[in-house]
Write a protein that binds this ligand. Structure first.
Ligand code: ZN
Length: 159
């Protein structure tokens, strides 16, 4: 096990069985609105590595910048969002909201994206990977994460 997390009222709790493939700090205006702050912080996981150990979240269809919509998993009681699915990767990938983890310090951002719309006072530490829009996976992901992604795509192709 890597870590647990959950919503504010503790009705929804999850267990992460490994480290994430990658952690995105997304500075797009949609993420700013959805989080009420300057960027989202999303840890990308294979769905089966995010195990619900209390109640199941409710899945809310939500508009997205792409126009294709996203599904946000929220606590049915306190409505805190714990993870999302995006249409690109579908239900096989869960973007876990790092702030809901019991120790969010273990998931600092690997990459900052859509920084063309960042709040002007946000600065980045030296050496941070910063992209005005999106990036190429080949250039940013670790070899281990690329292998996990490849395995995931094989599995979803078969099922
Ligand atoms: Zn709750």
């Amino acid at each position: 096990m890597f870590m647990e997390g959950g919503c504010t009222c503790r009705h929804v709790r999850y267990r992460l069985t490994s480290k994430p493939m990658i952690v995105h700090a997304c500075h797009c205006t949609w993420c700013q609105r959805e989080t009420g702050t300057v960027h989202a912080l999303n840890a990308m996981y294979e769905a089966e590595r995010v195990e619900h150990i209390a109640a199941e979240p409710e899945i809310i269809d939500t508009p997205s910048a792409s126009g294709k919509g996203q599904k946000i998993a929220r606590c049915p009681i306190c409505k805190i969002a714990v993870w999302s699915n995006y249409p690109g990767a579908g239900p096989a990938v869960r973007f876990v909201r790092v702030g809901t983890m019991d120790d969010p310090r273990q998931c600092p951002p690997d990459v900052h994206i859509f920084t063309s719309t960042r709040q002007p006072w946000v600065t980045f530490p030296p050496g941070a990977k910063v992209f005005a829009e999106y990036y190429r996976i080949d250039e940013v992901w670790s070899d281990e994460a690329k292998e996990r992604r490849r395995a995931l795509r094989e599995r979803t192709k078969r099922s």
